[in-house]
Write a protein that binds this ligand. Structure first.
Ligand code: C5P
Length: 214
């Protein structure tokens, strides 16, 4: 079983990279941020108190996976809400088994998995074969997000996006449980000045090197 752990801050391009790597190596892919986003939507719909960790943990345990297909899932407001609820230990504990099971027994008979998130290399899969910590400057991440918005025909305020990205970084890095940080044995990949293709090539070079494929 080959497990590739990809962590890093919001909008660093982890998802795009993880998906491309899963295709390249024929591995299953799990976007763990989507799980926290789904819980955030369930919490919102239940009108639960975002400070009540115990109730939020129960909601996470009973998570209706249909939320993963909810049209609100990718909204920035949902990401920000996910960042708020994910600080609770009970919420993180409720999602632990789903993630570890996926890594240990990937679907469709795949020989391994790529998981991306904030704590994959540190908490979920500390024994992962390869760990990447993907980052980029807050400005570069906000610019990419602004371009995505413009591509969808929406206007974007770059200064507001930089502020959003920085606020999420601060919240995810400062929390007590599973804060965002590189695992000690993670390979750092700064994509500030890299295209998606260049970032992919660097990642493949690192992974092939670790797995002894070159
Ligand atoms: O990656 P994404 O922006 O979808 O994640 C939303 C939020 O979910 C993050 O800001 C983070 O607070 C939380 N998260 C987490 N642990 C993960 C994945 C996401 O705490 N493994």
């Amino acid at each position: 079983m080959t497990v590739i752990a990809i962590d890093g801050p919001a909008a660093a391009g982890k998802g795009t990279l993880a998906r491309a790597l899963s295709r390249h190596y024929g591995l299953a892919y799990l976007d763990t941020g989507a799980l926290y986003r789904a819980v955030a939507l369930a919490v919102l719909d239940a009108d639960a108190d975002p400070d009540d960790g115990e109730t939020l943990g129960d909601i996470a345990l009973r998570l209706d996976l249909a939320y993963l297909d909810d049209p609100r899932l990718r909204a920035e407001a949902t990401g920000a809400a996910a960042s708020k609820i994910s600080r609770h230990a009970a919420v993180r504990a409720a999602l632990l088994d789903i993630q570890r099971d996926f890594a240990a027994r990937p679907p469709a008979g795949k020989s391994g998995a790529v998981l991306d998130g904030r704590d994959i290399g540190t908490v979920i899969c500390p024994g992962a074969d390869v760990k990447l910590y993907v980052t980029a400057s807050a400005k570069a991440r906000a610019q990419r997000r602004a371009k995505d918005e413009a591509d969808k025909g929406r206007t974007a305020n770059l200064a507001a996006m930089i502020a959003e990205v920085e606020a999420r970084d601060a919240q995810d890095m400062a929390r007590t449980h599973a804060p965002l940080k590189p695992a000690e044995d993670a390979h750092l990949l700064d994509t500030t000045d890299l295209s998606i293709e260049a970032a992919f090539e660097r990642a493949v070079a690192v992974i092939d090197g670790v797995l002894g494929r070159n």
